[in-house]
Design a protein around this ligand. Structure first.
Ligand SMILES: *Cc1c(COP(=O)(O)O)cnc(C)c1O
Length: 400
């Protein structure tokens, strides 16, 4: 997910525009800023590139999710169904608005299993949040069907899948709202930043106010703005937005390079009959930031990971099953409800129940999965060499 790999003069130019005026804040200072509005420009560019009516920039992907929950009216007393494989930010944002995260199994799409979502619905369920992990997408038709049937809100955490699409529409623009992260390792970066995308003007207006202390942005100056509801400060700065503006223009190039390298690597690994690949609900829409593949058993997968390490080629290969940040197995702080402040009794109760919840269906998927991150900088020769070394390692383990 390498926006940072293609970084240079274009970013410097955008930053310099802001440095000329010294106006680092996205609101106000209309005179001194001399027509430079990087955040507004980036929001417009995001609407155009990804095909949504409204975009609200935020300080991070995490605050984008928090903002989206608030704007969609999700909070205390509500349950949000989400996958057990994601980045911790997904449940952090649920907890931050006072709602309860309900973690359910993933399948070989590495995202929500629609059957598991159905089983988790209670009278308190308000929202289903698929997380489009590792560059590819959830089965959105199935999830939308469930949401329609049960009158639930679909919020897409598309933070990791900038530029992926599902049946012709960009992920993140399909649900009631969707989010991207522009942190340093995402497909495009602002250094830090995020965005909420929506086609609903009311949701957008709420995001706009919530991220800026509740300002309605209708006054003649900031002091004259009204505060129709409570908000926080989740604003992005003009410097970060300036970087994003240069980066959003590179997304097509990034996707093109990722797709090429992904296909070449996949062709090489396909030579091993025991290797299978992640199910992609719309293969044409894969953003190809990762190639995710499976081995027949957890034992074999662990042996391959160990051998990749011995051969010095483990870097860039992620075994999420043992990763502290992406899978329920290692989220002891969550399962023990270790927070710095008191959580609601409903939250504490729900979190501690994760200790005994059966995630064996997800374990059976994640224990066999390795995701190889795809670089935009690889030459054809380098992909060939990398792929062939990986095949050698896999074959060596399988022959034992
Ligand atoms: C990166 C990420 C986030 C959070 O983004 P930050 O900008 O780092 O706060 C949320 N969800 C997922 C799935 C992510 O990968």
């Amino acid at each position: 997910m390498p926006g940072f790999e293609l970084f240079g003069e274009e970013e410097r130019k955008e930053i310099n525009d802001v440095m000329e005026t010294g106006i680092l804040m996205r609101y106000g200072f209309d005179g001194p800023r001399k027509g430079i509005w990087k955040s507004k420009e980036l929001e417009q560019a995001i609407c155009e590139r990804f095909g949504c009516s409204y975009a609200q920039l935020t300080s991070s992907g995490t605050s984008a999710l928090t903002t989206a929950f608030a704007a969609l009216g999700i909070g205390y007393g509500d349950e949000v169904i989400m996958p057990a494989f994601t980045f911790v930010a997904s449940f952090e944002s649920v907890l931050s608005v006072g709602a309860v995260p309900v973690l359910v199994d993933v399948d070989e799409t590495l995202t929500l299993n629609p059957g598991a979502v159905r089983k988790a619905i209670t009278p308190k369920t308000k929202c289903v949040m698929p997380v489009h992990m590792c560059g590819s997408m959830a089965d959105l038709d199935a999830l939308q069907e469930i949401c329609k049937e049960h009158d639930l809100i679909l919020l897409e955490d598309a933070c990791q899948s900038i530029g992926a699409s599902y049946k012709g529409k960009m992920v993140g623009t399909i649900g009631a709202a969707g989010t991207f992260s522009f942190d340093f390792v995402k497909t495009m970066t602002c250094g830090e930043g995020g965005v909420v995308m929506t086609n609903d003007k009311d949701v957008y207006t709420k995001c706009d106010g919530y991220t800026d202390h509740g300002h309605d942005h209708l006054g003649v100056d900031r002091g004259a703005d009204l505060h129709p509801f409570l908000g926080y400060n989740y604003r992005i700065s003009e410097l970060h937005a300036a970087i994003g503006l240069a980066q959003v223009r590179k997304v097509d190039r990034v996707l093109e390079l990722q797709k090429k390298n992904h296909q070449q690597l996949k062709n090489i690994l396909s030579q091993v009959p025991e290797v299978s690949f992640r199910i992609i609900p719309d293969p044409a829409g894969d953003s190809c930031t990762f190639l995710s593949w499976f081995l027949p058993t957890e034992e074999i997968t662990r042996a391959v990971v160990a051998e990749l390490k011995v051969q010095g080629i483990l870097a860039g290969n992620f075994y999420w099953f043992d990763n502290n940040w992406h899978y329920i197995r290692k989220w002891d702080h969550l399962k023990n409800a270790v927070a710095l402040h008191r959580l609601s009794p409903e939250q504490t109760d729900a979190l501690t129940k994760f200790q005994s919840q059966d995630f064996s269906a997800s374990d059976a998927v994640m224990g066999r999965c390795i995701s190889t991150s795809i670089s935009t900088l690889w030459s054809e020769e380098q992909v060939k060499e990398k792929g062939e070394k990986m095949v050698e390692v896999i074959k060596k383990v399988l022959s034992k």
